[in-house]
Design a protein around this ligand. Sequence first.
Ligand code: UFG
Length: 342
Amino acid sequence: MKKCVLVTGGAGYIGSHTTVELIGAGYDVIVVDDLSNSDASAVSNVEKITGTRIPFYRFDCNDTDKMRDLFDRHRVDAVIHFAAFKAVGESVEMPLKYYRNNLGSLTSVLTAMDEKGVPSIVFSSSATVYGQPDTLPATERTPLQKAGSPYGATKQMSEDIISSVACAPNAKIKAIALRYFNPIGAHPSALIGELPKGVPNNLVPFITQTAAGVRECLSVFGDDYDTPDGSALRDYIDVVDLAKAHVAAISRLVEGRGKAPFEYFNVGTGKPLSVLELIHAFEKVNGVRVNHKITGRRAGDIEKIWASTELAEKELGWHAERTIEQTLASAWAWEKHVRGIK
Ligand code: UFG
């Protein structure tokens, strides 16, 4: 019988791409999303891509009764919990919004899973838990540093909560946290992608919107870092590759191949790229100009981080496959689709 995965935040950027890959791998998927930072059209576009009808529930995961009710109605084998707020700057201004929502929704989902006997969860974590590591690449044994923002703190605390739940005596739930580096790009169909509301905080949506003429000029935040060209280094991971890492994690859990009740893996490419290198690669592969200027550093940014991908390769049998050129072409194709540019 097909296994069924509940995807919370399944109308969002990473959730929608993961839903496509889960269906492609033979899973049934149910989506829950409150659409607070996403659009229902993402779910219908996933249906178009996969040719599959997806049961969709619109509610806030903090509503434990609704979650219990969903588990009563559907036999769910595993949950992937994406639903959370993710804007670093906003979390500094409105910390309670982040602690309430991100921790509340996680504990609500875990409570309902525990009561209804749903045994597996994959959690959407972030490389932000490492802060600026002393040594690179960051491995899963790299010590975590004090979070740089309330958003980052919610990711660290969420991992702690999940670990306590999974490692408790007589625990019924097993878990995997995936620590994402910088997810970018869009589905090759250009039917789903990142839909930031307002002015984008992240680099690639700002690049694509500048290339499309929506933004006048991209600011490069700092060229005086201790890096080869002075701009900051990150590990940019294609969202489709990232989605496939979730399928690998879910399979490990539902097939009982986990080596501990709570495991965590980096999801990156292992290849650092600078902000300027990324802009130039985007211009080259898409044949468009991205108007940009160097400005001062952005508060709270780290200088450099990239992943060690060894553990994910060894344990999940997963590694990133798409080239940065394919990824940046997909990001531009999506932006053109959204803007109706030929
Ligand atoms: N950048 C610019 N100009 C912009 C936007 C970003 O130069 O307009 C630079 C940033 O300074 C940084 C790099 O591009 O050096 C990447 O910035 P993003 O905002 O795209 O990504 P971050 O690495 O800052 O943040 C990401 C995720 C967060 C997560 C964080 C740490 O978006 O969710 O990594 O893991 F918390």
